[in-house]
Ligand binder design. Structure first.
Ligand code: SF4
Length: 327
């Protein structure tokens, strides 16, 4: 059985085969880094680790695409791919730049869709329309919330509040785009209840996807200074697993789970070591959910006795099941 509605399962349902993400660097920046909002960035953001830097090395998008596909094809037998603009704020800057990037992306060979990450304060109607106008059948707008608590958002120097997030979700939804919200567990000053509150806040919005992250400390960040000064202590794996499992039982069952934990890029991690071992974390989550007979949304009123369709492997054609987690 599936314990949550994973992105891989949703893509297999829709396309009938494996669809693989391909990271692309389109050379965007971030207003929380370049001085427009702040020059310091979010306290956990490692500017060095955020992107592949391929574009600044002079590698155009089409070449990046081919390089990644060659690499990915050696590992997985995929024919369809999602372009993944993950780093920085990929709608920041002039509309014409975004349009030109989208135009190039929609012509890539084997493209099945797009995941585009940005900040809530970097979207407007024209940019959302341009994204929708690519005509790709699978489009995800990844928007960082991190926490629904405005005090926490100030503390981590996000540069926007939860109302700005809600407004941009509504706007994206009104343009026919699916939004994937990002939340972080273990933010300074927050506990499990705050994490669950953020999930409940997301439930109230027209959000279609979610990425769960565990906070880890990267080199050269404000968070590293806090960690070294003893004012921030990362969560243990056990604490994250417990918190995640509780939180996902409150998540709406139609929300697609894109990620259940985060892991650092090589060389950027300060602490905790366990965040580098994603597999063990995922196994611990699944064991916990199996042992306690839990699934996504089961704590929501009226859901406990009715597991959703995606819970049962029989509801997917056999070739669609790759493993228990759906990832
Ligand atoms: S919005 Fe993203 S890229 Fe910008 S500072 Fe925060 S984490 Fe870094």
């Amino acid at each position: 059985m599936y314990y949550y509605y994973g992105l891989a399962a949703r893509l297999r349902q829709k396309f009938g085969e494996r669809v693989q993400k391909v990271p692309l660097d389109a050379g965007f920046s971030c207003p929380n880094r370049d001085g427009k909002i702040s020059a310091n960035g979010c306290i956990f953001c490692n500017p060095e680790g955020s992107g592949s830097g391929m574009l600044s090395e002079g590698i155009p998008l089409s070449e990046q695409w081919n390089l990644w596909i060659e690499k990915i094809s050696k590992r997985y037998s995929a024919r369809l791919f999602l372009a993944y603009l993950q780093s920085y704020s990929n709608t920041y800057g002039p509309l014409e730049k975004l349009k030109s990037v989208l135009d190039e992306i929609s012509q890539l060979e084997g493209i099945a869709g797009l995941c585009l990450g940005t900040r809530p304060d970097c979207v407007d109607a024209d940019k959302l329309k341009a994204i929708k106008d690519t005509g790709l059948s699978e489009i995800w707008l990844d928007l960082g919330l991190q926490s629904s608590n405005d005090e926490t958002l100030k503390k981590i120097n996000r540069g926007h509040d939860s109302a700005a997030f809600a407004k941009s979700v509504e706007l994206a939804h009104s343009h026919g785009l699916e939004v994937c919200a990002h939340v972080i567990a273990g933010l300074p000053g927050e506990d499990e209840e705050d994490f669950i509150k953020s999930v409940r806040f997301i439930n109230t919005l027209p959000v279609s996807g979610i990425k769960f992250h565990n906070l880890y400390v990267c080199k050269n960040t404000t968070l590293e200074k806090m960690y070294r000064a003893g004012s921030y202590e990362p969560w243990t794996r056990e604490r994250y697993v417990q918190a995640f499992v509780r939180a996902i039982t409150f998540l709406r069952q139609d929300i697609v789970v894109h990620r259940i934990s985060a892991d650092p890029v090589p060389g950027e991690l300060v602490s905790p070591d366990w965040s580098e071992d994603k597999r063990t974390t995922h196994l611990a989550i699944n064991e916990n959910m199996e042992k306690n007979d839990l699934w996504q949304g089961c704590a929501l009123k009226g859901s406990r006795s009715q597991p959703p369709d995606w819970f049962w492997p029989e509801s997917f054609p056999p070739k669609m099941i790759i493993n228990k987690t759906g990832f």
